[in-house]
Design a protein around this ligand. Structure first.
Ligand SMILES: [Zn+2]
Length: 346
């Protein structure tokens, strides 16, 4: 049997763990409530117990290469600390990596969850045929990851790839990061809902108002369903999402000239509602894109992951692993990472 690694995806709501071998085959996958509200020590106990159970099943003969953990926050890779994580109160500056290594006695690698998702799509998903790619994850917020030459690009302090906080409107909506007009404020599930509430309060969206009467939660999924039923105000919201994504992507394409840009996360399920506006915006704003756009009908691009036939084209496509991208990426980490360590004295 091949050696394997354990990937952990620690989200705000779910804790998911998978044992994945070096070919990408899933040996076991479990999902449980993360219960982050019960505190750091509880979550770490649960995580370690479950990892131990999974590792114990397959881990004979030293076949476990390590554990990769995707965490929603900013990671200091040298110290193994979680610096900023709004979803994980009480984790700040706690030695998460060292504590898990001590308990499980194996190599542990922490990674930002959006970076892990990008690595997962690179390894087994939409990006498996290219060596460089960029991924945007459209969820509650907008996460970003850059994979260059098969590896996550971390930047100087591990903060690279914060693509959700690139500016798409200089005087736009205030963002939690301190900036105004971040992509996250226009292309996340939170933003879709905000735009729907604004349209309702202006009295411009009677069908959306009725949908909210039926379900006050009014999820971005429900708003997309209205768009799919050709409700014009709902469609307009996704055109705005597409326009903002297009501005951000045009900049990224001009900067990086990568072969592939992948869009994942829950909001990516509304692809057909936002993609035309997104591609239109990219065509208007990026001469690098127009010089490298696939010759086929642009809307068919997402159906093709055939990197070989379009190697010299800029491909903009949907992610293909769904919510498993981060889990696979986390498992991939110990297989490819040489740990950054300060030199030990001889
Ligand atoms: Zn921001």
């Amino acid at each position: 049997m091949n050696s394997f690694a354990i990937g952990v995806d620690l989200g705000g709501t779910n804790l998911r763990i998978a044992a994945v071998d070096t070919t990408g085959k899933v040996l076991e996958k479990i999902s449980t409530d993360a219960e982050v509200a019960r505190g750091r020590d509880y979550v770490l106990d649960e995580m370690c117990n479950r990892v131990r159970t999974v590792a114990g099943k397959f881990g004979g003969d030293g076949r476990l290469t390590g554990i990769g953990i995707g965490v929603p926050g900013i990671i200091d890779r040298q110290t193994g600390l979680v610096h900023e994580s709004p979803n994980l109160p009480g984790w700040r500056d706690y030695p998460v990596r060292d504590e898990i290594e001590r308990r499980l006695r194996t190599n542990v690698i922490l990674e930002n969850d959006a970076n892990a998702a990008a690595l997962g799509e690179k390894w087994l998903g939409a990006g498996s045929q290219v060596s460089d790619m960029c991924m945007l994850t459209l969820g509650t917020g907008v996460g970003g990851g850059l994979v260059l030459d098969g590896k996550i690009w971390h930047g100087m302090t591990g903060m690279a790839g914060e693509l959700g906080h690139t500016t798409v409107d200089p005087d736009g909506i205030k963002c939690g990061c301190g900036n105004r007009g971040c992509l996250e404020q226009y292309a996340s599930a939170t933003a879709v809902k905000r735009m729907a509430l604004e349209a309702i309060s202006r009295g411009e969206a009677p069908e959306l108002a009725k949908a909210m009467d039926r379900d006050p939660e009014l999820s971005s999924k429900a708003i997309y369903q209205m768009a799919a039923q050709r409700d014009e105000p709902a469609r307009q919201i996704f055109r705005a999402v597409g326009q903002s994504l297009g501005i951000a992507l045009a900049n990224l394409i001009n900067v990086f000239n990568l072969p592939m840009y992948v869009i994942g996360g829950g909001v990516a399920n509304a692809w057909d509602a936002f993609a035309p506006a997104m591609l239109n915006e990219i065509q208007k704003r990026s001469f690098v894109y127009t010089a490298t756009a696939p010759s086929r009908n642009a809307m068919q691009i997402e159906k093709s992951n055939d990197g070989a036939s379009s190697r010299q084209s800029t491909i903009i496509t949907r992610a293909s692993l769904g919510s498993d991208a981060g889990l696979f990426g986390a498992a991939r980490l110990p297989m490819i990472t040489i740990r950054v360590q300060s030199p030990t004295p001889q």
